[in-house]
Design a protein around this ligand. Structure first.
Ligand code: NAG
Ligand code: NAG
Ligand code: NAG
Length: 636
C-alpha cells in the first residue's frame, strides 16, 4: 500500500518531538504533540510518517494502525498521508476537568515486523467557560447595628477552565455599606469576603442587593455574576410615634354609646413584634374612664357613658402607645363637647305676693323671679312672656331677673284672682319652653257700699202683724266689708219717735211694728233706713221706707223693757252674743183685746247663737180667747 502514498507538504504542528528507534515490542520514548481543545474534526494533529521517518507507502504496507487506550476515539490515522487528524471535537474540561496538563495517549502499531510507537497529545485549554455561581442569588440575613468591619465570606464561583483561564478576581459594585476583600487560599484559588463599612439600619434600608462579579484571566476575559440579597433583621431601636401629639375633636353631647370619638394612631418603624402597638389610657381619672372607651388594638376611642355638656364641656386624656419590645410614647386627646339644646329654661321664684290688695297702684311688684337655662349660646338664651289678657306686665331688671308688676287698676269684684302663666322659651333648635303659673289673689278693699235691692219700700202696718217687711241691701265686697248692718235714722211720727213704733233687725233688715198707730192721726209715715257695711271706714247707703197704716185696731203693743228712749231708733233687739233665754223685750199687750204683760223671749239655740226665732205671748189672767196665743207661739 505504501506505493500508493502521495507526498505533499505538511504544516507541522509538533511542538516537541522525540525520535527513537524502536525494535519490536520494545517501547520507545513517547512522542508528544499538543493541540488546542475545541478544534474541528479533521484538523491535523501531526504527521507521524514524517516524525517516524517512514515512507508513507510503508504505513499502508505494514498495516499501520492508531490504537487508543481510551474508549473514545478522538484521533484517526490517515495511512496514505501519515497524518493524525482529530476525529471528534475534544472538550478539555470534559476530558480532564481541572487536572492540568490534560494528556491523551495512543500508539501507532506497525506489522512485519511489529513495532509500537507510543504517542501523547497534550490538550491545551481554551477560555471557553465563564465563571459560574451555584445560584443566581444568595440570601444573607444580617442583624442591624452590627459592628463595622464585620466579615462575611461569600460563596466561590466555579470556572471549568484552568490556569489563567480560571477565576482570577471578584468584585462588587461600589456600595456605601460594604466592600469586598479578595483572599487567596493555599492552593492559589481566590475567594471573597464582604466587609461591613457602615452600620446597617433596617428602618432606612431593609434590603440591599449587591452584584458580585467573578472574572477569569483569559483573553478575552469572561465573567459571571450573582446577586447577594441582604435582609437586614430588625432590632427594637425605634419608639412608637403618634401621628399627632394632640388630637382635638368635637363631640356632640348626648352622643349614643359606641359613637366613635376619634382614633389615635401610632406607628413604629421596627418590624414584627417590635412594631406591634397597644394603646392604653395613662393616668386618666375614673370619671373619664366611665365615659370613654379605648380599643387597645385599634386606638379607637368610643363613647361609653352619658356625655353631658352641662356637667363638663371638655375632657383631656393621655394615651400611651407601647410596642412589643416595651418602648412607648404618649399623646393627648382633647374632646370638646358641643352643646345641644337639652335643657328647658327654668323659672325660679325669688319672691311672690300671692295676695295683693285690689287697690294696688300700677307698677306694684307682685313677684320677682329669675329665668335660667343650663345650655349655652343660643340654646341658653331665653325670652320670657305672660299672657296678654291680664292687667300685669313683665319688667326685666337685672340679667335674667324679671318683676311681675301690676299694669292697670284691679277690681276684685270683677276678677278675684289671676293665674298668670310665665312662659320662658330659649332660642335653641328645637325651642324648649317651660311654663310656670303664678296664682295671684286680690284681697278685698271696702270700695262698694251696700246697695238696696229696691229704690224704695212700701210696707203695710196692720193689727197683729209684727213683721211688716224686709229691706235688703247687698254689698259686692267680701267678709267684713260686705257685712251689712241696717238701722233706721231717727225721726218722728207726729210727736213720737219712730223707735217707739217700729224696729228694724240690724242683721237681716226685717222691719217689725212695735205698737199700733192711730189711723185717725197718721195714715202713713216714712222712715229712712241706712245699710252700712263693716269696712273701715264703713260705707253706707240709705233708702226710704214708707209705712202705710191700715185701720184695724186702736192699740198696739209696746215695749216695756228695755226702756226705749224717744230719740234713739229702735235698733238692735238682741245682741249678737246673746245666749239662750236672753230677755229681749217686755211688751204691754193691747191689740189682743185685753191687757196683759207679756214677755218676748228669744229662744236661742246654741248653734244659731243670736238669731231670734219666735216670740211667746202669754198672760197671768188668762182669757179663753187667748189660750191659743199662749200655748202656740206665733212666728213674728
Ligand atoms: C287658677 O288655678 C287654680 C289651681 O289650678 C284653680 O283652682 C283656679 O280656679 C284658677 N283660677 C282661675 C281664675 O283660672
Ligand atoms: C229685695 O230683697 C228682699 C229680701 O231678700 C226680697 O224679699 C225682695 O223680693 C227683693 N226685691 C227685689 C225687687 O228683688
Ligand atoms: C232713756 O231715758 C231715761 C229717762 O228719760 C234716761 O234716764 C236714760 O238715761 C235714757 N237712756 C238712754 C240710753 O238714753
Amino acid at each position: 500500500m505504501a506505493g500508493g502514498m502521495e507526498t505533499r507538504p505538511r504544516k507541522r504542528q509538533v511542538l516537541s518531538f522525540f525520535l527513537c528507534l524502536c525494535v519490536s515490542l520494545v517501547a520507545c520514548e513517547t512522542i508528544r504533540y499538543s493541540v488546542r481543545e475545541e478544534k474541528k474534526s479533521g484538523s491535523l494533529v501531526a504527521n507521524v510518517a514524517k516524525d517516524l521517518k517512514l515512507d508513507v507507502g510503508e504505513l499502508s504496507g505494514r498495516s499501520a494502525r492508531l490504537v487508543s487506550k481510551s474508549t473514545k476515539q478522538y484521533f484517526e490515522l490517515n495511512t496514505r498521508s501519515g497524518d493524525v487528524i482529530i476525529k471528534e471535537k475534544i472538550d478539555r474540561e470534559d476530558l480532564c476537568g481541572q487536572s492540568d496538563p490534560c494528556l491523551l495517549q495512543f500508539e501507532i502499531v506497525l506489522e512485519n515486523p511489529l513495532q509500537l510507537y507510543p504517542m501523547e497529545v497534550q490538550i491545551h485549554d481554551v477560555n471557553d467557560n465563564s465563571p459560574k455561581f451555584s445560584q443566581n442569588e444568595f440570601p444573607l440575613e444580617l442583624p442591624e447595628h452590627l459592628p463595622v468591619n464585620s466579615r462575611f465570606p461569600l460563596e466561590r464561583a466555579q470556572d471549568s477552565d484552568v490556569g489563567t483561564n480560571g477565576i482570577q478576581s471578584y468584585a462588587i459594585l461600589s456600595n456605601e455599606h460594604f466592600s469586598l476583600d479578595v483572599q487567596t487560599r493555599g492552593d492559589g484559588s481566590k475567594y471573597a469576603e464582604l466587609v461591613l463599612e457602615k452600620q446597617l439600619d433596617r428602618e432606612e434600608q431593609a434590603q440591599l442587593m449587591l452584584i458580585l462579579t467573578a472574572a477569569d484571566g483569559g483573553l478575552p476575559q469572561r465573567t459571571g455574576t450573582a446577586q447577594i440579597r441582604i435582609n437586614v433583621l430588625d432590632s427594637n431601636d425605634n419608639f412608637p410615634q403618634f401621628s399627632q401629639s394632640v388630637y382635638t375633636v368635637q363631640l356632640m353631647e348626648n352622643s349614643p354609646q359606641d359613637t366613635l370619638v376619634t382614633k389615635v394612631e401610632a406607628s413604629d418603624l421596627d418590624q414584627g413584634p417590635n412594631a406591634e402597638i397597644t394603646y392604653s389610657f395613662r393616668q386618666v381619672p375614673d370619671r373619664i374612664l366611665k365615659l370613654f372607651k379605648l380599643n387597645q388594638f385599634s386606638g379607637e376611642i368610643t363613647v361609653l357613658g352619658i356625655i353631658d355638656y352641662e356637667e363638663r364641656s371638655s375632657y383631656e386624656m393621655n394615651i400611651q402607645a407601647t410596642d412589643g419590645g416595651g418602648l412607648y410614647a404618649h399623646c393627648k386627646v382633647l374632646v370638646e363637647i358641643e352643646d345641644m339644646n337639652d335643657n328647658a329654661p327654668e323659672v325660679t321664684l325669688t319672691s311672690l305676693s300671692s295676695t295683693i290688695p285690689e287697690d294696688s297702684s300700677p307698677e306694684t311688684v307682685v313677684a320677682l323671679f329669675s329665668v335660667r337655662d343650663r345650655d349655652s349660646g343660643d340654646n341658653g338664651r331665653t325670652v320670657c312672656s305672660i299672657q296678654d289678657n291680664v292687667p300685669f306686665a313683665l319688667k326685666s331688671t337685672l340679667k335674667n331677673y324679671y318683676e311681675l308688676v301690676t299694669q292697670k287698676p284691679l277690681d276684685r269684684e270683677k276678677v278675684p284672682e289671676y293665674n298668670i302663666s310665665i312662659t320662658a322659651t330659649d332660642r335653641g333648635t328645637p325651642r324648649l319652653t317651660s311654663v310656670r303659673i303664678i296664682r295671684v289673689q286680690l284681697s278685698d278693699i271696702n270700695d262698694n257700699p251696700p246697695v238696696f235691692n229696691e229704690s224704695s219700700y212700701v210696707m203695710y202696718l196692720k193689727e197683729n202683724n209684727l213683721l211688716i217687711g224686709t229691706v235688703h241691701a247687698a254689698d259686692l265686697d267680701t267678709e267684713q266689708n260686705a257685712k251689712v248692718t241696717y238701722s233706721a235714722l231717727p225721726g218722728n211720727i207726729g210727736d213720737l219717735p219712730f223707735s217707739s213704733s217700729i224696729s228694724i233687725n240690724s242683721e237681716n233688715g226685717n222691719v217689725y211694728a212695735l205698737q199700733s198707730l192711730d189711723y185717725e192721726q197718721t195714715r202713713d209715715f216714712q222712715v229712712t233706713v241706712r245699710a252700712a257695711d263693716g269696712g273701715s271706714p264703713p260705707l253706707s247707703s240709705e233708702v226710704i221706707v214708707r209705712v202705710v197704716i191700715i185701720d184695724e185696731n186702736d192699740n198696739a203693743p209696746f215695749i216695756l223693757y228695755p226702756l226705749q228712749n224717744s230719740s234713739s231708733p229702735a235698733n238692735d233687739l238682741v245682741p249678737r252674743s246673746a245666749e239662750a233665754g236672753y230677755l229681749v223685750k217686755r211688751l204691754k199687750g193691747g191689740s189682743c183685746g185685753w191687757r196683759f204683760w207679756s214677755e218676748f223671749l228669744a229662744f236661742l239655740p246654741a248653734a244659731q247663737g243670736y238669731r231670734p226665732r219666735s216670740l211667746r205671748c202669754g198672760s197671768p189672767n188668762r182669757g179663753s180667747k187667748n189660750q191659743q196665743a199662749y200655748n202656740e207661739p206665733r212666728l213674728c
